[in-house]
Design a binder for this molecule. Structure first.
Ligand code: 5GP
Length: 113
């Protein structure tokens, strides 16, 4: 089932896009939890981490490469940042189209709640 992220990919709703290529899109989170909070998604609809197959290995790797690139561009790479992918209800997932959260620009706490 499509989510709001498909509408962002298709430009049916607006987002503040910070990176795009043939397979990946990244945009600022609408409800940022840190000074830098970017969502990095595959353009292919994949609901959860549980739904990944071997065929998705390359794009999932690419999500991480894009996260590091954006972190460098935003000037947070050296101080540090966090990347997180939530899975299903207890993992805190609310949009069922996989996405990497890139968060930084402040001290992150651990363990996360
Ligand atoms: P999750 O809870 O699934 O790990 O993360 C979903 C994220 O998507 C949340 O941080 C939420 O703020 C963000 N989000 C939900 N709807 C929209 C939207 O329409 N636009 C943008 N830019 N972010 C969204």
């Amino acid at each position: 089932m499509s989510t709001i992220f498909t509408k962002i990919i298709n430009r049916e709703i607006k987002a503040d896009i910070v990176y795009e290529d043939d397979n990946v899109l990244a945009f600022n989170d609408v409800n940022p939890q840190a000074p830098v909070h970017v969502l990095i998604i595959p353009k292919r609809e994949i609901a959860t981490l549980n739904d990944l197959t071997d065929a998705d290995a390359e794009v999932v790797g690419k999500l991480h490469l894009v996260a590091a690139k954006i972190a460098r561009e935003k000037g947070i790479a050296e101080d540090g940042y966090r990347v997180v992918m939530n899975c299903n209800e207890q993992g805190g997932q609310s949009v069922y189209h996989i996405h990497l959260h890139l968060m930084g620009g402040r001290q992150m706490s651990w363990p996360a709640g």
